[in-house]
Design a protein around this ligand. Structure first.
Ligand code: MOS
Length: 694
């Protein structure tokens, strides 16, 4: 923490040295005395029932303590998340569903025992239905989509306006299922105290507080009898945003055996049990005047969910925010299939939605012969199209202009031929909403002149504990190296999950308020700190729940240049440049990492990441990093992330907007648009793999 600079200046992560020296302990690094290891048994069919689980051979193996099945596993209390109702009945809702759990004295013996479990299924001869298509008879329009948004919204008569438009485009795009694959796979260690009244869990989670609440309900405990630690977390990207099966199974096994139990998921299990980005099919209809001004925008999305839970990716929602169009229609349909329940993945909704919308805007620019930057400027709304609310700030045009200047647009747009490769550049817009959640925090002044702030925030690798100390120091008016921030377990003042790009704003707001209150107390005592210290707390619930009269969103502009090899079909990204307008940037060093990391994720989405479902067996076909290709260093070119300063008074007291997700939004569209520029050909289905390119 030495030398942490002031808010707004670049600061390295406070746990950086711990992380690079192996001192930072993750969920699987906790091994209490007497710890056992669990290994789950995953269903090999996608529909049907478990008829018989033969555990005799497994139980006879050396070191095996127990093999849990639906017959003898602890009964669970209520949960809204059907993916957590584990080993409670014989139903198999999807491939990879856990049907048994082996527990042994080493991880290797637990795995061997899991392999020795023999499961008989009855599928009733039914083949799994895992194929998503627009006209699927099982599809329906839900009431709401994720985020609580209505599934359908319409301003004006969008389809009539479309029919009357001089320029009409009717386009279809497809985004495949995608996996989060954080560097640290999910793991948990569970410890019951001797009388079974208290539970301590080390979990890899984006929100220890939510894990505590859910475990308390599942195991019939008062919340204060459960403590969840998530001190260091190796990434999440949404798939650790809610409790996942591994933590429930670890707690069950610990209760069943009366011993601490550790469960670390193998990466190949992740796709089936930690959620995925649902595939989305997009129909985008744009009606425009010959100068490119929109008269109609209709974005209709079809997506899938599982048989046990409705989860609807809100991919048409960003179209409600982006452009002025007198006729604006956005709608979603969802099809329950024999698939694992999808979940959050970095900028859910915005990422697939803006791929489609920003590809379509590029096609419109081509159709009317207007520069794509200029086309977007022409369609800039004066208020949020869906709600009519004024924007608290809207930096899209500033980002487009600044990005164009830095990127050399349109001069470097191409197309060109270089070393036998076709090259071209593309642009796309980004957007992400400002989400804020209620939070509490406590600030302490200590007699030695230092300060400590406490909040149950989670640092998933973003630099949360660093920026919270900076926020605290700023509110206290003291140097940041006199402030310690304590985050990462559920006994701290309650905080929301590290999700929705809401962490810094939500937690920072509470920290800021607690520190302001502490500063006032200190001022009243002329700065004198009593021997037992002085503290102040804050709860932002009332302030956060007041609905803002403003539409609050971050915006950005993404530019990309690609080369296309017409012989091998290989597409390579040569350059990416993003400019973002996200309020005040509180720590430029870690903010840049967030933006660049998001852009790299967009690069993977554009070129290599996909995990089709196997129609014969109903499982994901790309389950590990050998088959699911995320970008490696050699794929990632020079990436620049910049931002334009925004002074927006209608946000949290620091004036920040979230930055964790917007870097992904629009990145794949910019690359797809660059591909179209380079080759003169559109591919409307991701990723741009050689089989599609050739
Ligand atoms: Mo993020 S997908 O909100 O964790």
């Amino acid at each position: 923490m030495e030398g942490t600079p002031a808010l707004g200046s670049p600061a390295t992560r406070r746990e950086a040295a711990l992380k690079v020296t192996g001192g930072a302990r993750y969920a699987a690094d906790h091994t209490p005395p007497g710890c056992l290891y669990a290994w789950p048994v995953a269903a090999t069919v996608a529909v049907g029932r478990v008829v018989r689980v033969d555990t005799a051979a497994a139980a006879a193996l050396p070191g095996v303590t127990a093999v849990l099945t639906a017959a003898d596993a602890p009964r669970l209390g209520p949960t809204e998340d059907a993916e957590l109702r584990l080993l409670q009945d014989d139903r198999v809702p999807h491939h990879g569903w856990y049907v048994a759990l082996a527990v042994a004295d080493t991880p290797e013996r637990a795995r061997a025992a899991a392999d020795a479990v023999s499961v008989t299924y009855d599928t009733g001869g039914a083949a799994p239905d895992v194929r998503l298509h627009e006209g699927h008879p099982g599809g329906y329009e839900p009431e709401q989509v994720n985020g609580g948004y209505p599934a359908r919204r319409e301003q004006g008569d969008a389809l009539a306006a479309y029919q009357d438009a001089p320029v009409r485009l009717d386009l279809r795009y497809a985004v495949p299922p995608l996996h989060n694959h954080p560097m640290e796979p999910h793991a948990a260690t569970a410890v019951w105290d001797a009388d079974g009244e208290r539970l301590t869990v080390y979990d890899s989670s984006q929100g220890a507080g939510l894990v505590r609440t859910v475990l308390a309900s599942l195991f019939g405990l008062a919340e204060e009898r459960v403590t969840v630690h998530s001190e260091h977390v190796g990434g999440g990207f949404g798939c650790k945003g809610t409790p996942r099966p591994h933590v429930v199974l670890a707690v069950m096994a610990a209760r069943h055996t009366g011993r601490p139990v550790k469960l670390a998921l193998p990466r190949a299990h992740l796709p089936a049990v930690v959620g995925h980005r649902a595939p989305t099919l997009h129909r985008v209809r744009l009606g425009a005047r010959p100068d490119g001004t929109l008269t109609a925008l209709a974005h209709e999305v079809t997506t899938h969910t599982s048989r046990i839970r409705e989860f609807v990716e809100q991919a048409a929602v960003p179209a409600r925010v982006m452009y002025a169009a007198p006729g604006l229609l956005t709608a979603h349909r969802v099809v329950p299939l024999d698939v694992p329940t999808p979940s959050w993945m970095r900028a859910p909704g915005e990422t697939p939605g803006m791929y489609a919308l920003e590809s379509a805007m590029d096609e419109l620019a081509d159709a009317v012969g207007v520069d794509p930057v200029e086309l977007r400027v022409r369609n800039e709304p004066s208020a949020e199209p869906d709600s009519g609310r004024p924007y608290s700030s809207r930096g899209l045009v500033a980002c487009l202009r600044e990005g164009a200047r830095r990127f050399g647009w349109p001069g470097t747009r191409g197309p060109r031929t270089r070393d036998g490769l076709l090259t071209g550049a593309g642009v796309a817009a980004s957007t992400y909403p400002v989400y804020l959640a209620p939070c509490q925090a406590v600030a302490h002044a200590l007699p030695d002149g230092t300060y400590r702030v406490e909040v149950a925030a989670t640092d998933i690798g973003t630099g949360a504990r660093t920026v919270l100390a900076m926020v605290a120091a700023d509110a206290l008016g003291v140097p940041a190296d006199r402030v310690t921030s304590v985050v990462g377990h559920s006994d701290l003042p309650p905080a929301s999950v590290a999700g929705g790009s809401s962490g810094t704003g939500s937690w920072g707001w509470a920290v800021h308020e607690a520190c302001r209150a502490l500063a006032l107390k200190l001022a009243r005592r002329e700065g004198k700190v009593p021997e037992d210290g002085l503290c102040a707390s804050a709860d932002t619930t009332a302030a956060v729940k007041q609905r803002s009269p403003y539409a609050r969103h971050a915006f950005g502009a993404q530019f990309a240049e690609v080369s296309v090899d017409q012989v091998s079909g290989e597409v390579r990204v040569l350059r990416m440049l993003g400019v973002f307008a996200a309020g005040r940037i509180l720590n430029p060093l870690t903010a840049r990492s967030q933006f660049v990391g998001g852009m790299v994720m967009g690069l993977g989405m554009a070129l290599t990441e996909h995990s089709p479902l196997d129609p014969a067996h109903g499982d994901f076909t790309a389950r590990d990093l050998a088959s699911y290709h995320v970008p490696v260093h050699a794929d990632v070119p020079d990436i620049e992330a910049h931002w334009v300063d925004e002074h927006d008074k209608h946000l949290d007291p620091m004036g920040s907007k979230g930055i964790g997700e917007i870097g992904t939004v629009g990145a794949a569209a910019a690359i797809g648009n660059a591909f179209a520029r380079a080759t003169g050909r559109r591919i409307r289905e991701l990723p741009l793999t050689p089989d599609r390119v050739l």
